[in-house]
Write a protein that binds this ligand. Sequence first.
Ligand code: PLP
Length: 299
Amino acid sequence: MSHATLFLVTRPVSVEGVLDDAQRAAPDFLPADPAEPQLSVLDLGVSRGDGCFESISVVRGHAQALESHLERFAASARRLDLPEPDLDVWRAAVHAVIQAHVPVPELFVKMMLTRGIEGANAPTGWVYAETAPDFREARTTGIRVVTLDRGYRHDVNRTSPWLLQGAKTLSYAVNRAAIREAHRRGANDVIFVSSDGIVLEGPTSNLILLDGGRVRTPQTDLGILAGTTQASAFEFFESRGLRTEYATISADELERADAAWLVSSVRQAAPINAIDDRELLVDGPLTEGLNEYLLARQE
Ligand code: PLP
């Protein structure tokens, strides 16, 4: 049974002009029962996956990288031509849902915004908090990954921005299908590669490689998400005196990585112990330091 804590965001997008008295008096978000139906079957978030979301880690009550998540949420909404989310309302709703949830060491919060019911011109928004799954094994023993062709070229965002690559849309069926394909191949997760052989990201994560003393991640103009966890991980590696860089990494360069991680909110850093058929050594102390750093973030 789910123990989610839910708030419906009643004013998810900025109101044009000055608020009238009724609008000012209305609460911006309201608690709701996650076990009861809350969403119309006509909501375009359901019927078309038309909307955007964010998943935020909350460790010991602290929402991590909240401002970066809020900015990315607004950027995804812009890519979808949705009205501008009111970030003050969303920030307050995230804090409220964390406060309302039973305190546990690790939670996640999802912020969800859809285009609403067709023709109603009123986006739907909600936030919910739930206890995070236990990722201790993934963070230590690590994960096996397979490379899968994403089927788009590395310059897809320039040639075909309507494909919304790099926006965090609600259309994650493809991402989940890729993870099921990894399971069929005996692996836990995926590294997507562009159709022209450039390393991209995971279906729910960014890739970081340690290669000859340099720490590298695919540059963010390849139709991938600019990761909040990856940005924090770079701060950690820099504090250890390692050089970090955003790069165009070809698939054959995966062969020579000394260590690699998939990083994302909630899971934090999962060391990769095999890419396709090649086993990779997990750098235990470096991975432990990285996860300690990520889990200690207070903002
Ligand atoms: N790339 C994709 C496609 C994702 O869905 C995610 C997170 O869910 C990430 C990267 C990692 O982003 P973050 O570290 O901000 O959670």
